[in-house]
Design a protein around this ligand. Structure first.
Ligand code: NI
Length: 390
């Protein structure tokens, strides 16, 4: 029987040093050449079979157990964000304008720690582990591209696992929640076309600014009036662009926003009502409207049975009070592409430590994590893999 806590403790310095090195050298999506190079090099040192250049910079590794059995996919994202780092960490970014402000540096390090742990104990595994180091999670479509390039085939996974260090949760805790935990996301792009005129002669034009104002307020009634109060959804207008001067009524206004939902039924309601509200209000104001809504990511929906199994493993490995079973967010994650039609679970690994100053939110220029999360995430993921392949 493998002692996962002891093994993760033993690998702590290895994962911490890797994480700090990745943190210091952040790379934007599809340009993770240095990071992917280190990933491949570390896996090669273990004589693990590796495919590189999957979806540009992705790396996929296969570890075969001592006996045949199911296939478990474990996914780790590698990309950083276009943010100027403001931590004073000794391992702060040396790449101007780029920062690991979401913790993907930690995920990549956990993945390499997991590779070592599994490789060392692989004779005890009945099945296959597919380690997926993914590029471009941050809204750039890395997971979707990996799927298009066949990451879910040869072999096809029977289970899909992922994790995220989580600064809204104290280090030591885990968010392991069944059902939808991260939202389906789409972008909304609306054009309101009127007729330009002199600001002093509004009667000679058709004012798209007044129409846009009513549309924005109308959109705010969809979640409050059309969505079942027991479900949850978000419509946020995040940009409104139109006009050039104080005395000109512009011919056109553009509105941008984001749409978030958990259930397919609610998603349908949002998309239908946005279209109706925008075109209806625009028509009543004599304007024409164009509405374009584009999917970005599907919902992250954790499999019930697998999630309960992982809650039990976390309870055995740590303790019941470390397991939070209702942690959810309306944020989105492209891990959902690697979970489609596969029993899957995406776990939040607490990484917040207020005393040490690790309490800034994800994507904040002062974001940093308590690195104990690396050890905790590694121990839980390793124990899950062994449980599924025993
Ligand atoms: Ni992230």
């Amino acid at each position: 029987m493998v002692d996962f806590i002891a093994e993760a403790d033993e690998l702590f310095e290895y994962t911490r040093d890797l994480r700090r090195d990745f943190h210091k050298h952040p790379e934007i999506g599809f340009e993770e050449f240095r990071t992917a190079g280190i990933v491949a090099e570390e896996l090669n040192k273990l004589n693990i079979e590796v495919s590189t250049g999957v979806a540009e910079t992705g790396v996929v590794a296969i570890i075969e157990g001592g006996k045949p059995g199911p296939v478990v996919l474990c996914r780790f994202d590698m990309d950083a964000l276009p943010i100027n780092e403001e931590t004073n960490a000794e391992y702060a970014s040396v790449n101007d304008g780029l920062m690991h402000a979401c913790g993907h540096d930690g995920h990549t390090a956990i993945g390499l720690g997991l590779a070592k742990l599994l490789h060392k104990n692989k004779e005890a595994l009945n099945g296959t582990v597919k380690l997926v180091f993914q590029p471009a999670e941050e809204g750039m479509g890395g997971a979707e591209k990996m799927v298009a390039e066949g990451v879910l085939e040869n072999p096809r996974p029977d289970y899909s696992l992922g994790l995220h260090v989580w600064n809204t949760m104290p280090v030591g805790k885990f968010g392991i929640t069944a059902g939808p935990i991260m939202a389906a996301a789409e972008t909304m792009q609306i054009k309101i076309k009127g007729k330009g005129a002199h600001g002093a002669k509004p009667n000679e034009g058709i004012d798209p600014i007044v129409a846009a104002s009513q549309i924005i307020l109308g959109l705010q009634t969809i979640v409050s009036r059309n969505v079942d109060p027991k479900d949850t959804a978000v419509i946020s207008v995040t940009a409104i662009n139109g006009g050039t001067a104080f005395n000109i009524i512009p011919p056109e206004v553009e509105i941008l926003g984001t749409i978030r939902s958990y259930s397919p039924e609610t998603r349908e309601i949002l998309l239908r009502r946005i279209d109706e509200v925008v075109t209806g209000i625009a028509a009543s104001m004599e304007c024409e409207a164009e509405v374009k809504m584009t999917d970005i990511t599907p919902v992250v929906d954790n499999d019930d049975a697998l999630t309960h199994r992982i809650q039990d493993l976390a309870t055995d490995l740590f303790s019941a009070d470390k397991v939070v079973s209702d942690e959810r967010t309306m944020g989105s994650e492209d891990m959902s592409f690697l979970m489609k039609d596969i029993p899957s679970c995406f776990v939040f690994v607490g990484s917040q430590n207020k005393e040490k100053g690790f309490h800034f939110g994800h994507h904040h220029p002062k974001f940093d994590i308590d690195e104990k999360a690396l050890r905790n995430g590694l121990a839980l993921m390793a124990s899950t893999v062994f449980d599924l392949l025993s």
